[in-house]
Design a protein around this ligand. Structure first.
Ligand code: ZN
Length: 399
């Protein structure tokens, strides 16, 4: 099987395993750094490799608008385009399109919206999004889904969940139709004279997305409908960490963990604060992604074992310690808080880079530690201890 998950160790609902993809194995649980525009902001793929990042994310909506998915295909697909030969996952853009409040019209067919770049009118359907993700060529591609705010009442959440299930079926049909096409059957959009056979069909797998807001019965119905529809290679869990209470998110994870097939990876979409990763692993999640580490890094916030710190704080001016003591990232191995603070205060580009690097490294390492604890049979104690330490000083130093 080109894509498979082998679970090696468990502790309650938590599990450690290996998710095999055509571009290499991913040891799970794992954090995937987000490269929305085919770049993990401020980081070179070599940085990601060096820190042990295994799989990264890109976004179909953004890359369709710019530079265009056909441009990416023409340049050899995402792996070649961005110089990352490891596994890649593309999100469909459902979250982005549904975030364009006031700029969109939703029908059963799809979503009409205006580009956030130039205001041009666009139309996404489940089928067109699959064609975009096909052109991009990531290993794992996500269905186009209907995303609603986290606090949505049951009627709204039900409608979006049921539509997402129907759209999963349409995505699957289009995906299988494209898979059935022979090599070289694609039409080049750019008038290239190069032979099309140089660009073989990407080997991809499609994940559906479990929706249902914060309503347990809807989450259950979503899982059942998707499991009945097809033997999927993995599942996304969407619509969480979008404004609902943490307890509600964790409750939904318990519900879907019990219902999803145990031998398929579960990807909790858009969730990436350190404590959410540990809580998610405890509830059976295998894959995570979030823009938080790079976005917060660019704003001067660093994750540490004791909560977040703002590197611009005045008392760091002469602090010789690294961003986080004991951190093995290439920023902490070489530079002091005083220096990184100086870079931020002076608007030097290296500052953004160093904190982005540290924060992504922090989450990649956190999942490495979780895997090690699972393998050693100490995960329960390790995770409870980690959560107790992390929660005891939440952002205490951030003010
Ligand atoms: Zn560091």
């Amino acid at each position: 099987m080109t894509f498979s998950l082998t679970v090696h160790a468990t502790a309650g609902a938590a599990r450690a395993g290996v998710f095999v993809t055509p571009h290499g194995p991913v040891s799970t649980p794992a954090f995937m750094a987000v490269g929305t525009l085919a770049t993990v902001k401020a980081l070179d793929p070599l940085d990601l490799e060096a820190m042990g990042a295994q799989m990264i994310l890109a976004n179909a909506y953004h890359l369709h608008l710019r530079p265009g998915d056909e441009v990416v295909r023409e340049l050899g697909g995402l792996h070649q385009f961005m110089g990352w030969n490891g596994p890649i996952l593309t999100d469909s853009g459902g979250f982005q399109v549904f975030s364009l409040e006031g700029l969109r019209t939703v029908t059963e067919d799809g979503v009409e919206f205006r580009s956030h770049i130039d205001g041009s009118r666009r139309h996404f359907t489940p089928e067109s999004v699959i064609r975009i993700e096909r052109n991009l060529g990531a290993d794992v591609i996500m269905q186009f889904d209907h995303v609603v705010p986290g606090q949505s009442e049951e009627g709204v959440a039900r409608e979006a969940m049921e539509r997402s299930v129907r759209w999963a079926g349409r995505c699957l049909e289009e995906f299988e139709r494209l898979n059935g096409q022979g090599l070289g059957s694609r039409v080049s959009g750019l008038g290239s004279s190069r032979p099309e056979t140089r660009d073989p069909r990407p080997v991809q797998v499609l994940f559906p997305i479990v929706q249902g807001g914060i309503h347990a019965s809807l989450r259950m119905q979503s899982v059942r409908a998707l499991v009945d529809m097809h033997d999927w290679a993995g599942y996304g869990v969407g619509g969480l960490s979008v404004g609902e209470a943490k307890a509600d998110m964790y409750g939904m994870l318990d519900v879907v963990d019990a219902a999803l097939p145990a031998d398929r990876p579960r990807y909790l979409m858009g969730v990436g604060f350190p404590e959410d990763l540990v809580e998610g692993v405890r509830r059976g999640v295998d894959l995570f992604d979030c823009v938080a580490p790079t976005r917060m890094g660019r704003n001067g916030t660093a994750f540490t074992d004791e909560g977040r710190i703002n590197i611009k704080r005045a008392d760091f001016r002469t602090d010789p310690r690294p961003i986080m003591e004991g951190c093995g990232c290439s920023a902490c191995r070489r530079f002091s808080r005083g220096y990184v603070r100086h870079l931020f205060v002076s608007d030097e580009i290296l500052g953004l880079r160093l904190l982005s690097l540290h924060n992504v490294h922090f989450l990649v390492s956190l999942m490495r530690d979780a895997r090690a604890a699972l393998a050693a049979g100490t995960f329960d104690a390790w995770s409870l201890d980690w959560l107790a330490r992390h929660h005891s000083k939440p952002e205490a130093q951030a003010r």
